[in-house]
Design a protein around this ligand. Structure first.
Ligand code: PMP
Length: 372
């Protein structure tokens, strides 16, 4: 990234932290297979154990509860593939939850239960009439809007109703405190690249002795829970990023202030703009802003040409932009959903970045006259 660029897309992927880069590079020379008993193997094993401890500490889980995966997509699929009678989820869940839920349920003849969502993006699981043995997928924080679900409260209710909770916590670490021990979720997914680690590595945190059959058959790695030779370098990078992210929470009030300035200035410049999910508890770093009249796709391209990286609310893996299923699930009309962009901040974000965004926004939406 050149210094001329303003990166405001941390929810898509965070820049690699120097600590993570150093850990990845150093571990590439530990060529042993972590399952081997010899010294070379045990050196690789030590890197994995160390990373497991760091990831566990970030979310206050026990190291034994952390199983490394190829990312949160795998972790979500794995959690959903347990022996559940039904899978319940709201339309705000990430595609890596929605798609496997439909696939897994169809392959087993189990049902998928739709959980209604309020206009502010809060899932109303109580309205869904869940039967015992259901897995409720309830994300901790939404990747498009930053809206938070009260998973702790949901887990208390779930316990009384024989329901298990899987929480996709990918967007939460370092931004809000996570305490897996008291959260009450059965499983929780994490992804390294959202906290400044490398891509292609994540974890499923599995509470206690939850019986979750492995997704892959094969070797006995990860305590017989996830077959396949471990990606030691990526895992070591994840561990280093997790250790560094432990102090990110100290930066949360600074990020909230930057985010609030951005929203205030946008609303001042263009009073017709809407901040989506503003009435709900949100991550400190995420802003979903819509201004009907200009499509999100056009806005993202214009901003990119001006040196700023943001996402359309509906950014998807193909790089194309469609209607955001998250915003649609919140019942937002197409002119709002279709014009929403996501601005997401991180540890490297500064007042200068916010000023650059405001200046670009004003230029795109009609110049300084609008700011009067
Ligand atoms: N869940 C959420 C909320 C996400 O934002 C993402 C990444 N876009 C994922 C899951 C998938 O994570 P990964 O890239 O590690 O597969």
């Amino acid at each position: 990234m050149t210094s001329a660029r303003t990166y405001l897309d941390y929810n898509a992927s965070a820049p690699l932290r120097p600590e993570a880069r150093a850990a990845v590079i150093a571990s590439l020379d530990q060529f042993g297979n972590a399952s081997s008993v010899h010294v070379e193997g045990q050196r690789a094993r030590a890197l994995i154990d160390d990373a497991r401890e760091a990831v566990a500490r970030l979310v206050n889980a026990k190291p034994a509860e952390v199983v490394f995966t190829s990312g949160a997509t795998e972790a979500n699929t794995w959690a959903l593939s347990g022996p559940w009678k039904a899978i319940a989820l709201a339309g705000i869940e990430h595609d890596s939850v929605r798609a496997p839920a439909a696939q897994i349920a169809a392959s087993r003849g189990a049902s998928v239960i739709d959980v209604p969502v309020s206009a502010d993006g809060i899932a109303d699981y109580k309205a869904a009439k869940l039967i015992p043995g259901t897995l409720l997928a309830l994300q901790l924080a939404n990747n498009e809007t930053g809206v938070l679900q009260d998973v702790t409260k949901a887990a208390l209710w779930a316990l009384e109703n024989g329901v298990h909770i899987h929480t996709d916590a990918v967007q939460a670490p370092g931004r809000i405190a996570i305490d897996f021990c008291t959260l009450g979720a059965t499983t929780m997914s994490l992804s390294a690249h959202k906290i400044g680690g490398p891509k292609g590595v994540g974890a499923l945190v599995i509470s206690g002795s939850t019986p979750l059959p492995p997704l892959f058959a094969g070797g006995g790695q990860e305590g017989r829970r996830r077959a396949g030779t471990e990606n030691v370098a990526a895992i070591a990078g994840f561990g280093a990023a997790a250790r560094a992210a432990l102090t990110d929470l100290e930066d949360a009030s600074r990020l909230t202030a930057l985010r609030d300035t951005l929203e205030r200035e946008v609303l001042r410049a263009t009073p017709g703009a809407v901040v989506i999910g503003a009435g709900a508890p949100r991550l400190p770093n995420t802003s979903s802003i819509a201004l009907p009249g200009i499509s999100a796709e056009t806005l993202v391209i214009k901003l990119d040409l001006m040196g700023l990286a943001v996402s359309a609310g509906a950014a998807c893996s193909s790089g194309k932009v469609g209607q955001s299923h998250v915003l649609s699930a919140m019942g937002l009309p197409p002119e709002i959903a279709g014009s929403a962009i996501r601005v997401s901040l991180g540890p490297g974000s500064t007042e200068k970045d916010i000023a650059a965004f405001i200046a670009a926004w004003k230029r795109i939406h009609g110049g300084a006259s609008l700011a009067a």
